[in-house]
Design a binder for this molecule. Structure first.
Ligand code: HEC
Length: 151
């Protein structure tokens, strides 16, 4: 009997370790994607400032940065990664095609902005800067909650 209890205690210990390591792994996933998003936000702000100052070289560089991060968005949302402090909505996985489209839209908007910046056409840059923010919003509205869940 005592031996049995001991075994259960060991099993329970292993199980708890496993669960907490899974939770740590999840926290890591959430932190990394939120960092990626914050990086995009910093790049988008830099773009707005640079466009106002007609610094089109900076606009182009930052737009290319966003093209790179847009490609990574979907991989940062593994299925079911909702445990912890996150604004990710379940729709991300229920409508995963639309979510991927949102990331592709962002890439396209960033790419068109980079082209406009390269050509030095100020009016086109202004139009594409707006389109870029619209691409961010276009995904946040259906897929990002107002408040963090958990914690
Ligand atoms: C394909 C969908 C998608 C696109 C496109 C997208 N986002 Fe997000 N973003 C999300 C989701 C979903 C979250 C919530 C992530 C979480 O809390 O786990 C988020 C969170 C954020 C956050 C909050 C991060 C935090 O620390 O909680 C910022 C800031 C952000 N996005 C900025 C941007 C900007 C700027 C762009 C455009 C340049 C952009 N996002 C484009 C889906 C997207």
């Amino acid at each position: 009997m005592v031996k049995g209890k001991f075994l259960w205690a060991v099993l329970f210990g292993i199980l708890s370790l496993f669960i907490s390591s899974q939770l740590f792994a999840q926290a890591d996933v959430l932190e990394k994607r939120q960092k990626l998003m914050k990086g995009q936000s910093a790049a988008a702000k830099a773009i707005k400032g640079a466009a106002e100052g007609k610094d089109y070289a900076t606009v182009e560089t930052k737009a290319r940065d966003i093209m790179g991060t847009a490609d990574k968005i979907v991989d940062h949302f593994p299925k079911g990664s909702t445990a912890g402090k996150t604004k990710a909505k379940a729709e991300i996985w229920e409508k995963s095609d639309d979510f991927s489209k949102g990331a592709k839209n962002l890439r396209k908007a960033a790419s068109e902005l980079a082209d406009a910046a390269k050509s030095g056409d100020g009016a086109a840059v202004d139009v594409k800067v707006k389109a870029l923010s619209a691409a961010c919003k276009g995904c946040h509205e259906p897929f990002r909650a107002e408040k963090y869940s958990g914690e």
